[in-house]
Design a protein. Structure first.
Length: 193
């Protein structure tokens, strides 16, 4: 669906957290997919935007930079992204992005989103955004439920605090830091700090 008018593009890639990046949800893998698509479709990527940020709420820095870039470079009318949820997970961002009047190619989903979608294309996009938003909300609810259950069972529900270590579902003293932490509390207790 790439026409002669859409040979310049910007690329956008995102993961939600440093933990995701560390556990294989690689921005580099997204970039590779985007570059392969651009090469095979004779598309020139003139700018790339990548970030580690949740898209659950508006305010992503690089997403906002992407929109600023597209407002300034009106000759660029195409955004390449791996899939919809990398770009949109909340309605304020999606609606603001729609005002840019640019086309989006969702490479992994093999979908082309025209700047002015017809009703069925808009419905498909809306369903994808709603599903991605639901996924984020549900994931948060499940995490809270798990943390609550851990607390009810007497297990620390998250990462061990400073001076302690997580060990097989238990919290143990971090012996290498124990003297330092003990000294900090003793110093604090003097009232001089």
């Amino acid at each position: 669906n790439i026409s002669k008018d859409h040979q310049k593009a910007v690329a956008y890639s995102r993961v939600s957290s440093e933990e995701q990046r560390a556990h294989g949800y690689s921005i580099l893998a997204q970039v590779d997919i985007i570059h392969e698509f651009a090469l095979s479709n004779n598309v020139e990527i003139i700018r790339e935007f990548s970030e580690v940020a949740s898209a659950m709420a508006p305010g992503r820095r690089e997403f906002n930079n992407l929109m600023l870039f597209l407002r300034k470079h009106t000759d660029c009318k195409l955004v390449l992204v791996e899939k919809e949820d990398r770009l949109h997970r909340n309605w304020p961002d999606a609606l603001e992005f729609q005002k840019l009047n640019v086309n989006v190619h969702l490479i992994k989903e093999n979908k082309y989103r025209p700047a002015k979608p017809c009703s069925s294309e808009w419905l498909d996009k809306a369903n994808n955004i709603n599903q991605a938003h639901y996924y984020s909300l549900n994931l948060g609810e499940q995490a809270k439920k798990g943390q609550k259950k851990k607390a009810e069972l007497g297990t620390w529900p998250s990462f061990a605090p400073l001076g302690y270590l997580n060990s097989n579902r238990e919290i143990i003293v971090d012996e290498s830091r124990e003297p330092i932490i003990k000294r900090l509390f003793e110093d604090f207790a003097t009232g001089e700090y």
